[in-house]
Each structure stands twice: as structure tokens, then as C-alpha cells.
Design a protein around this ligand. Structure first.
Ligand code: GLN
Length: 542
């Protein structure tokens, strides 16, 4: 095994941006010419986050192979070239499931099955497996949760043993921690960091690098204090301030602090410094764009930034592609039900309805699609955002008043969105939707083919319901065109309106395939359309 290993742990509180830090380090190492693999360990007992409510867990990020994973994997894919699979996200649920299945098969030969070594072995196996099948130079493993959590202990024990086994210049520990600003004292405080590092050392892990998340500069004194009490070199106390404009600043911030140099030093990796010129250009377009547009995202988890993480990121990538700053207006679908679409959506240059499940807010989303359709405002619908556009069109253009999806009405008079055949007999909830990358054929002379510049593509999916083909002729006649289908021709993948500047919606999730340096064509086109909308509006409408 040629790989070197970096373990990223977190202290004090959750939501510190450990995933971002791991991903940003991945960017730097790749730009030093190294092959990087990144994986995430999650200590919860769910087999995967697919069954969790977005309020619990944020977005469920879907991979090509259909794995429903933690949203940090989205950061990994956006920041690096890594090809992720279901093996890049391991949960306690998966570990215990494997161990218990093995026990039932008698594979432990009569031994007492225990956390150490059986659970820890299973965790270590995953680190080794990733290193072997990716053939990476460096494997970054992020441990979810916070140091001190009971459920995280087996993972910490596993990486401690693993590091011991591979030897000191082959493994490096980075601890991401919080240095809070106490308003009353007007000071940054290092005590929580000291205590969380002490907790790690109790377990036998001594981090070599401490990444301090803070609102203000650390200063020399605090760096010295953290260095002394946490037993790391002065240069290994890293300041990671809250970003001013964009998360894409993080790699540059870490580079300035010398994190990648430190890591390469510890791991005795000899490479030239990272060339980040292209990344600087991405950032320039984000920080000082030529144009500005306003795009509304109409959803039901609007209060929680993590719920539509990839959607927000993909919109910003569309902005990068058009040298346009996008101000995202987050609009609660239920507020539209209360106050009306015109009140909340007026003045926007684009409207996006993302994916979702369940009937709450559905009327508001339909009203948003209708407003976009009737007022020539660019519209991008994703998954449920396509289904609501279809239902709205059926009700208000085709005049099918009782049109609905089976998801929200068990006996609609016009089931324009129906349960997929393959889903009819599905009873289990976890991992049973139509998931992952599927091929799509794009119609000639369509907006979709113009945007993609291709007639064939692959996109990631996560749904149970689909457009009901029995109604296709009605829709086509009235101007809603089916411009993308699954490769067997059976499933509607993209719909668009013929007499509208930009109204397009898809059954898949393009947001999972967008990167800052490779913006997705649908998002690129959407922001471009928003820009045209802005430029062609009369001044009083702007
Ligand atoms: N709830 C819809 C379905 O299952 C849409 C899913 C989604 O938006 N991801 O088909």
C-alpha cells in the first residue's frame, strides 16, 4: 500500500466545516500533483442518511452508483477530481450491520464479538480498501461528529490503531476546532480547543495540526497558547476564519496558512507547491462579478442552509460561468400560499423549485411555477420541481382541474404524475427509490440539446414518481414538450415550454454534477437566461 493517510477530526461543536476543510485540503494536494481519495465516517446508526429528514441531516447527496450519502461528499466532489462511490461514506449502521451479518454466518468462529477488535477491524478495512482500489497517494478520512461523543469512540480507536500500524510518517491527524469569540470579554477563547484536544490525547491521538475556526484573527499570542497547551508546533496552529464571500476561498486560505506544506512535511511527501491560479480566477468571478441577478429558490426547508446545499452551490457555479453574481432569495413555499406568488416573486430574474417529498408547500411551489410560466421569468425545476410544473400546467392550461400526483392524492381524476411501475411493490424505505446515474436521450431542436450541446447524457436520480405518458399528447399539443427521456424511452426526464424564454425542468438532480470549475449546463443556461431577463426588462421592472 503506497498511500499516506490524513485523519480529520472535529472538536467543540458540530457544523464547523470539517468536510469543507477536508475537501479544501484535497484541492491543495491535488494541485501539488497528488492523487487524492476522500472518505467520510459517520457515527450514527442509520445505514445511510437516505431515510433522514433534511432538518435532521441536511441534504442527502446522491452518487453515480445510487448511494445516498452525507452532504460532505458533495464538497469532496466539488473541490476535487475524486470519483466517489458508496464505499466513500461509512456509517456505524453499516459497520454493525456487517459485523452482525458476519456473526450470523459464523465467520467469527465462536469468538465473543466485540467493539474492539471486530468493529474497529471493519472500520480499518474500509480505510485500506479505499487506498487500494483508488491507488491514491493520499487518503483523507473525515470522522463525523465531535470528539467526546460516545458513538464516535470506535472510529477514533480504529484510526489510532491504524496510524500506529502504518507508522508515524504515513499518518497525520488534523483536528478542526472552534475558537469562540466571547462578546462580553471581547476575546477569543482557547479553552474549548485545549479541552477537546485533551480528550483526543486521552484516547491516544495527538493531532499534528490544529485548524481553528474563528470569527477574528487568532494573533500571535493565542497561536502560542494553543501550540503550548495542545502540544503542536507553532506553525501548525492554523487560522481558518469565517469566509467573507464564498466557501471556495477556503483552499486559498489554507494555502496561505501553509497547511499543505505542513502535511507534506509530516508525511514526507516531496512535491512542488500547489498552483492555484485557476482557483483564483474562480474566486475573482465570485467576488467581483461583471453582473448581478436575483434568483428565487422556492422550497420548504428554506430556514436550513444545508437542506439545498448542492442546489445553492450549483446556482453559484452558473454565476461563475456567466461572470455573474447571484443573489439567492430563499422563499418558503408556504409563504407563497399565504401571501401570493406575485408579492413574493416580483422582481426576481429566475425561479427555481428544488426536489422534495410530501404534500406540504406543494400549492406554493405550483404557484411559483405558474408565476414563472405566465410572466416569462426563467424557471428551472428539479425533480419535484418538474412534477409541480407538470401538475400546474395540467390544471391551469389543459384545464384538468383534478390533475395531481399520486404522491399527494390517492385518487386523482388526472394522475399526471404516477408511481413508477418498478416502485409498485416496494415497501422498504431505505435505498429503494430510482437512484443514481441513468442515461438520458435529449430531443433534437430542443432547449435542452442547445444547453447540453449533446443528445445523450447521464444524470443522477432520486425519485419514486414519474410523468404519466398517457398524457403526453395533451401536453405536447398545448406547448409543454418532453425533450428528454430515459434511454429506453419510457420515462420522462426533461420537459420544457415552447413559447417561453427559458422554462425547463428535469426529473433528475443536475445539482449533484456541478462543480465550480465545470458548471452544469442547466445551471449555466439558467443564470444566462436570468441575465437576459434582467437586461431586457424595462427599467421600472428591475
Ligand atoms: N417526491 C418526488 C418523487 O419521489 C420527487 C423526489 C425528489 O424531488 N427528489 O418522485
Amino acid at each position: 500500500m503506497k498511500a499516506k493517510f490524513i485523519f480529520v477530526t472535529g472538536g467543540v461543536v458540530s457544523s464547523l466545516g470539517k468536510g469543507l476543510t477536508a475537501a479544501a485540503l484535497g484541492t491543495l494536494l491535488e494541485n501539488r500533483g497528488l492523487k487524492v481519495a476522500i472518505q467520510k465516517f459517520d457515527p450514527y446508526l442509520n445505514v445511510d442518511p437516505g431515510t433522514m429528514n433534511p432538518f435532521q441531516h441536511g441534504e442527502v447527496y446522491v452518487l453515480d452508483d445510487g448511494a445516498e450519502t452525507d452532504l460532505d461528499l458533495g464538497h469532496y466532489e466539488r473541490f476535487t477530481k475524486c470519483q466517489l462511490t458508496r464505499f466513500n461514506n461509512l456509517t456505524s449502521g453499516q459497520v454493525y450491520k456487517t459485523v452482525l451479518d458476519n456473526e450470523r454466518k459464523g465467520l467469527y468462529l465462536g469468538k465473543t464479538v466485540q467493539v474492539i477488535p471486530h468493529v474497529t477491524d471493519e472500520i480499518q478495512k474500509r480505510i485500506r480498501d479505499i487506498a487500494e482500489y483508488t491507488d491514491a497517494d493520499v487518503v483523507i478520512t473525515e470522522i463525523g461528529g465531535t470528539t467526546g461523543d460516545i458513538e464516535g469512540l470506535p472510529f477514533l480507536e480504529a484510526i489510532r490503531e491504524f496510524a500506529l500500524e502504518v507508522g508515524s510518517h504515513n499518518a497525520c491527524f488534523i483536528h478542526v476546532t472552534l475558537v469562540p469569540f466571547i462578546k462580553a470579554a471581547g476575546e477569543l477563547k482557547t479553552k474549548p480547543t485545549q479541552q477537546s484536544v485533551a480528550k483526543l490525547r486521552e484516547i491516544g491521538i495527538t493531532p499534528q495540526i490544529i485548524v481553528c475556526r474563528c470569527e477574528f484573527p487568532l494573533g500571535k499570542e493565542l497561536r502560542q497558547k494553543i501550540s503550548l497547551f495542545c502540544n503542536v508546533k507553532y506553525e501548525a496552529v492554523i487560522e481558518e476564519r469565517d469566509v467573507e464571500h464564498s466557501i471556495y476561498e477556503v483552499p486559498l486560505m489554507l494555502q496561505r496558512e501553509g497547511v499543505d506544506d505542513l502535511v507534506c512535511g509530516f508525511l514526507r511527501i516531496d512535491t512542488p507547491a500547489a498552483d492555484m491560479a485557476h482557483w483564483q480566477d474562480i474566486l475573482r468571478r465570485l467576488v467581483a462579478p461583471q453582473n448581478r441577478v436575483r434568483i428565487g429558490v422556492v422550497g420548504k426547508y428554506i430556514g436550513l442552509n444545508d437542506a439545498y446545499k448542492s442546489v445553492y452551490e450549483a446556482i453559484s457555479h452558473g454565476g461563475i460561468a456567466n461572470d455573474t453574481g447571484v443573489e439567492i432569495e430563499k422563499i418558503d413555499a408556504e409563504d407563497i400560499e399565504k401571501h401570493g406568488a406575485a408579492v413574493l416573486l416580483k422582481g426576481l430574474n429566475g425561479i427555481l423549485v428544488p426536489g422534495g417529498f410530501g404534500g406540504r408547500g406543494i400549492k406554493g411551489k405550483m404557484a411559483a411555477a405558474r408565476y414563472a410560466r405566465e410572466n416569462d421569468v426563467p424557471y428551472l425545476g428539479l425533480c419535484l420541481g418538474m412534477q409541480v410544473a407538470v401538475i400546474e400546467f395540467a390544471q391551469n392550461v389543459l384545464g384538468f382541474k383534478g390533475a395531481q400526483s399520486f404522491e399527494f392524492d390517492p385518487e386523482p381524476s388526472h394522475p399526471v404524475i404516477a408511481l413508477m411501475d418498478e416502485q409498485q411493490r416496494v415497501v422498504e424505505k431505505g435505498g429503494t427509490m430510482r437512484l443514481g446515474a441513468q442515461s438520458i436521450e435529449i430531443a433534437v431542436d430542443s432547449l435542452a440539446s442547445k444547453l447540453y450541446g449533446a443528445f445523450l447524457t447521464k444524470e443522477r436520480h432520486r425519485h419514486r414518481y414519474e410523468f404519466n405518458h398517457e398524457y403526453q399528447d395533451d401536453f405536447e399539443r398545448a406547448g409543454m414538450r418532453l425533450s428528454g427521456t430515459s434511454s429506453n424511452g419510457r420515462l420522462a426526464e426533461i420537459i420544457e415550454l415552447k413559447s417561453h424564454p427559458f422554462f425547463i425542468a428535469c426529473q433528475f438532480h443536475p445539482e449533484f454534477l456541478s462543480k465550480p470549475n465545470a458548471p452544469h449546463p442547466l445551471f449555466k443556461g439558467f443564470v444566462h437566461a436570468a441575465l437576459l431577463h434582467l437586461q431586457t426588462k424595462r427599467p421600472e421592472q428591475r
